[in-house]
Ligand binder design. Structure first.
Ligand SMILES: Cc1cc2nc3c(=O)[nH]c(=O)nc-3n(C[C@H](O)[C@H](O)[C@H](O)COP(=O)(O)OP(=O)(O)OC[C@H]3O[C@@H](n4cnc5c(N)ncnc54)[C@H](O)[C@@H]3O)c2cc1C
Length: 455
């Protein structure tokens, strides 16, 4: 197989030495790793298709990889398989300012897409915390969300089309630049969020929006986590949809401040980062209403960013939460539960009680405006007894979330990390339906086998 791959690619497009394979043996998920036989770096769709055709002939599994920032083990290699890494396919192919679309290769970094849009006075709204390194292909495969998801939605809402290499190596173009299109099944939607199990996305056609005229960023602190959660619920109930409503608990505030040194109030029990964008007058009104709601929920302090530099600094502080927390203990397990927003305060309280019950350190932060929380276990994978308690606690949090009408993953996907919990989430005929879609598109199980579920 490796000799045949060498015949298809230049020597610098293939890695086979153990020392070179190690960095491609894990992603952002704690405690998961595996070694592939080779990592390949195609530069064109035709090369991807040729590699997949070869793998199909040789019955060799392929795991597609973008930047490997995934937090559910989706791009962990399969033993004796190959990793197909798309980072060399990173060109922006077109910005169509008449139709407000952008076409890019799948390995393009998310930030580069928003930067290219900004140069035309446009915005690509989905902004995962990892956007400086994640690829757009990875975003599509995981249907990633971001800090602006509350108002603007997630990746799925911006994918108008895509080129995809199917498990037999055929190439298909799904979707188009039409705002309305109901011809046949929405095939592109099947591939969005399919975590590399149904096809390899090689190009994406994205919808852009006009860049908002103004933006206002407010930092509110609270003495009590529930007051922060209630503020979020009250803002939504007041029919206000800000572009960002992010939450940090005290552990996270302290870690971020220690890491980023931007003057966050470390004595506060909870912090909300609230952002409004749109026409200047509407932004002003929305920002004032949000401050009033925070005050009525006993906010300790309210800080309005004086300028765009300060606003970026505050948002960057939130984006650094994961890295900041990762410095505390040897292993950081970042979870991703989402509940209906009216259940936020109760869920935060439940997570705290679970941490206490099992004697664990669980920091909590997240896209609270979406109901998306990231309870983060600060633990040590070498301590088997502690990891057992972590697993029990995690299970209790998932059970609670499902019972509250929530989901075991709001944005990180199922991958390897959560496949054991998927049957609880899909407790009826929908679980075999998921499996039957995989069976019919990839009968040989060559694309990312063993992720999402086992067949
Ligand atoms: C610090 C940090 C912050 C994060 N914040 C967020 C956040 O706010 N919101 C969020 O949603 N996620 C977040 N994530 C998770 C992660 O960054 C996203 O899931 C991201 O979309 C993964 O992109 P990637 O290029 O790194 O993909 P990878 O990790 O390489 O792959 C992820 C999955 O996609 C598949 N895949 C990758 N490329 C393709 C392709 N071209 N075709 C088909 N399948 C493919 C892989 O097989 C795998 O299953 C964060 C991660 C980190 C480390």
């Amino acid at each position: 197989m490796i000799a045949q791959l060498r015949a298809l690619l230049r020597p610098d497009q293939i890695l086979t030495e153990t020392v070179d394979l190690i960095p491609y043996g894990f992603d952002g998920t704690a405690m998961l790793k595996e070694k592939a036989n080779a990592v390949v770096f195609p530069e064109t769709t035709e090369e991807v298709a040729a590699i997949v055709k070869l793998a199909h002939k040789e019955k060799t599994p392929i795991v597609t990889r973008g930047s490997g920032t995934g937090l559910s083990g989706g791009s962990i290699p399969v033993k004796n398989g190959i990793v197909l890494c798309l980072v060399k396919m990173n060109r922006i192919l077109e910005i169509d300012t008449k139709n407000l679309t952008l076409t890019a290769e799948a390995g393009t970094i998310t930030q580069a897409i928003d930067d290219a849009a900004a140069a035309e006075g446009l915005i690509y709204p989905p902004d995962p915390g990892s956007m400086k390194i994640s690829t757009i292909g990875g975003n599509v495969a995981n249907n990633s969300g971001g800090l602006r998801g509350l108002k603007y939605g997630v990746t799925r809402n911006y994918v108008m089309g895509m080129e995809v290499v199917l498990p037999n190596g055929d190439i298909a173009w799904l979707g188009n630049k039409c705002v309305k299109d109901v011809a046949g099944y929405s095939l592109k939607d099947l591939f969005i969020g399919s975590e590399g199990t149904l096809g390899i996305v090689t190009k994406v056609l994205l919808r852009l929006l006009p860049r908002p005229e103004a933006r206002k960023t407010i930092l509110a602190t609270f003495n009590d986590i529930e007051d922060a959660a209630q503020t979020v619920s009250d803002i939504i109930a007041a029919k206000i949809i800000p572009c960002t409503l992010e939450f940090l608990d005290q552990t996270t505030i302290r870690c971020v401040e220690d890491f980023a040194k931007i003057g966050l109030p470390t004595e506060a029990k909870a912090l909300l980062l609230m952002e409004s964008d749109g026409p200047a007058s509407a932004v002003e009104e929305e920002a004032q209403k949000m401050q009033a709601i925070a005050q009525s929920n006993r906010a300790l302090s309210l800080r309005v960013a004086a300028n765009s530099e300060e606003a970026v600094q505050l948002a960057t502080a939130r984006r650094s939460a994961f890295s900041a927390l990762a410095r505390i203990r040897p292993t950081t397990i970042l979870e991703d539960v989402t509940v209906p927003r009216s259940k936020l305060a109760a869920t935060v309280r439940f997570i705290e009680s679970v941490a206490q019950k099992h004697g664990l350190k669980i920091a909590n932060f997240g896209h609270m405006g979406d109901g998306n929380l990231h309870p983060t276990f600060l633990t040590n994978e070498r301590d088997g007894e502690e990891i057992e308690r972590v697993e029990k606690a995690m299970h209790e949090i998932f059970e609670y979330t499902i019972a509250a009408g929530g989901t075991i993953t709001g944005e990180h996907g199922v991958g390897l990390a959560k496949k054991g919990h998927l049957p609880d989430q899909f407790a009826d005929a929908s679980y075999p339906l998921l499996q039957s879609i995989k069976r019919s598109l990839d009968p040989e199980q060559l694309l990312n086998p063993g992720k999402l579920f086992d067949l």
